[in-house]
Design a protein around this ligand. Sequence first.
Ligand code: NZQ
Ligand code: ZN
Length: 385
Amino acid sequence: MNNFEFKNPTKIIFGKDTIEKVKEEIPQDAKVLLLYGGGSIKKNGIYDQVKTALANVDVVEFGGIPANPEYATLMEALQVIKDQNITYLLAVGGGSVIDGTKFLSAAAVYDGDTPWDILTKSIRTEKGMPFGTVLTLPATGSEMNSGAVITRAETKEKLAMGGPGLFPEFSILDPQVITSIPQRQLANGLMDSFTHVLEQYMTYPIGALLQDRFAESILQTLVEVAPTVLKDPTDYQAASNFMWSCTMALNGLIQKGVPGDWAVHMMGHELTALFGIDHARTLAVIAPSHYKYNFEAKKEKLAQYAERIWNITEGSTEDKAYAAIEKTEAFFHQLGIDTKLSDYTKDYEGTAEEIAKRFKARGWKLGERQALMPEDAEKIVKMAY
Ligand code: NZQ
Ligand code: ZN
């Protein structure tokens, strides 16, 4: 196992009817900016629950943060923060609203001229404006980590940012919120969290027995609850296990002491930037090709995953590893998610070259050994057409 340090300061408030507890977490003298997305919270009652809880707090609102939070929209929110002397941010939404809020937390205290530099120059935020979240969509894990991904339509870029100052102070996780989530987004949440675990697990063995089993238990739980979550989102047992799995998949715990990959995400982000494909679906497009292309480097962990998640016990290491990739792709199909780029766009020619060009310009070497060069990414993306 590798050496590690672990600190996660986010307070989790989990369970039925917990949204009203938001009033206990926000300082009474705060001037709050309540941030939300396209309006789903107004239809499903979450907005009313939050507003009722904050009846005695000074709250300004900013709605309209789109999926794949857009820089231009966030710059409008930043102006509101400055004009209204906001002191506390409250994200009510999924990964997009939470990530947008993290950007604002960083940008509010940033003293450079162009906040976009936070993304292009990888400026880490040591201390941002304090914020909390009410999670409405289990998927990204953003509610308990310090990373964010921001999109800029003008330049077709989607870039990551982070820093120890960007953990939410608290996050409220009421699994009942999933009852109003459309099928497409439920499937996305299952897909995204599953891939988060794979990115931190499907590398090479490093003798981190407990970390492997943490990761495997999340994968097993997601496979077990997926059919019920999709069929009946009012099933509280499935909903609560789904929600907690998504948070645990990317709150930092399972990546401690082990190598991490994240190349599937880096290639996937480009597909969202170029074509607007849902984040989770880009992962389904890239992952099978990524594991086939990097088969030799990953076959031991693939075979372990084959045995422990899919009960594939017959054959050589290679046989099991290959069967596991097929099983994984079949699972994505079971979620109703297509796994080829051509399923999403007819305009895919040239995509692999464009992505390789971008990675080269950024000097990126990806994968758990930083051995995946732009030329490799180009081949992987081509395999995914
Ligand atoms: O905008 P509204 O109207 O709220 O509707 C949203 C949106 O259209 C809807 N929704 C959310 N909760 C709902 C609901 N509809 C009905 N009932 C509810 N309770 O769902 C749609 C998608 O929401 P979004 O927040 O975009 O989804 P998700 O949570 O999947 O977030 C995706 C974003 O997170 C980034 C992705 O790149 C993408 O930009 N990621 C963030 C990560 C992180 N911070 O750690 C890691 C991930 O790998 C990922 O990159
Ligand atoms: Zn993801």
